[in-house]
Design a protein around this ligand. Sequence first.
Ligand code: PGA
Length: 257
Amino acid sequence: MKTVIGNWKMNVGVRESIALARGTLLTLRGRKVVPNLIICPSFIALSEVRKVIARSSVSLCAQNMSWEDKGAFTGEISSRMLDEVGVTHVLIGHSERRGLFSETDEIVNRKLKKALENNLTPIVCIGESVEHREEGGYLEIIKNQIASALGGIRLRSSAKLFIAYEPIWAIGTGKNADVAQVIEVHEFIKTVLSDIFPGIKEDQLNVLYGGSVNGDNAYALLREKSIDGVLVGGASVKINQFKDVIEAASEVLEAQE
Ligand code: PGA
């Protein structure tokens, strides 16, 4: 299976989110094979988007969550609250959260533990800066990010975990990592994960790529075995572009049948 995630960030309000969710559903019409599709509206649009996708195979994902269940945490949203409005997945540690809102590896770890405790499927984002890429120490950075994010984590046999490799230099820049760069890192991540979770079922762990994915580069990425899917930001709020990404995933899946 291949996964396509649309991260709408803070780009669309409630009305536009409803329209975008409807548009996304239309892109699935008439397709024999469709990818595992997950959309991430803003918190305020979750309930409305849930109604639109209710009878579809599309899953609802939050862009962030608190590491606590409840209490005096003004402005925060807990995983239990997300569950209440039909959220099944959550992004954790997106580079914008880490960079702009001071989320540390420790916070990412706490959120991940809480998400799993409350049966949300986490999508943990990791990735190196341009400096680390140029210095050449990026694999070490990635290994450390995974080790800190997953410290003390146990995965139940029914639980799934997504790791999204999103090099910071590729996010929102129009400059995606090339396929060979992504394959190198994904194979590395898979080795690191199999050391942490020996004997785990293959479909429990998925490694996605994110960073300037669009209709033009999606097919070349998705056809690679080590790339289990893509996390799409900017192109996911432009329905024609997102349609092309979904189409690319469907074509890859059809070719594999
Ligand atoms: P982008 O964003 O596709 O606009 O580069 C990806 C992301 O931030 O998840």
